[in-house]
Write a protein that binds this ligand. Structure first.
Ligand SMILES: [Zn+2]
Length: 198
């Protein structure tokens, strides 16, 4: 297991990184290791501790002359904004976003009965982005054809809207990701400190 949980200066989880990068950040004095008791270690302290212990959940990196314990959690010393990401425009994400409903007639359909519709058709310069993409059933799709809703005199019962942005971390946490026990406290911290979605 090589994933290291990265906390920002306020102990809020912001990302994962590899053990290599974690040790580099530690060595460059851009991060400290933090343990479950919120004790912080700089590179020298962590290095010394590593020589004294023989048992460490994440294991060790060995060189011919010394070993260094792989940190499980590091806390950054510099300012690091939490990065948000928009869910990708996949068929699955789009269908789920609109609840498997046709945005023109509002009825619910099986995924095989749905299409992805560019509100402003692509041939007319419409972009493939959340604001221009809706789901439509086959009959609404045929009716609309290569026209804008206005031209087709069709109303969007469900107007297009963008999904709320998630942190990279919450996207990962949504997928049955296995957590180190030492991470739990900090991940709970994220849960209580993340803005509630509208
Ligand atoms: Zn429809």
């Amino acid at each position: 297991m090589s994933e290291v949980l990265v906390l920002n200066r306020h102990f809020i989880p912001v990302n994962f990184t590899t053990w290599r990068r974690a040790i580099v950040l530690l060595y460059l004095d851009r991060a400290n290791v933090v343990d479950e008791e919120y004790r912080l270690y700089n590179f020298n302290e962590w290095f010394e501790l590593s020589q004294e212990i023989n048992d460490h959940p994440a294991g060790f990196v060995y060189t011919p002359r010394f070993k260094i314990a792989i940190p499980e959690i590091i806390v950054l010393k510099f300012y690091d904004k939490i990065q948000f990401e928009q869910p990708k425009l996949t068929r699955k994400n789009i269908y789920e976003h609109y609840g498997y409903k046709c945005c023109y007639c509002g009825k619910k359909f099986d995924s095989t009965q749905l299409n992805i519709d560019h509100i402003i058709p692509r041939s007319r310069g419409g972009k493939t982005e959340w604001g221009n993409i809706v789901t439509s059933c086959i009959s609404c799709n045929l009716k609309k054809g290569n026209r804008t809703p206005q031209e087709a005199k069709m109303k969007l019962v469900i107007p297009p809207y963008k999904p709320s942005r998630r942190t990279k971390l919450s996207l990962v946490l949504n997928t049955n990701f296995k957590l180190h026990s030492s991470w739990q406290k900090f991940v709970d911290n994220l849960y209580w400190n993340t803005e509630v979605e509208q």
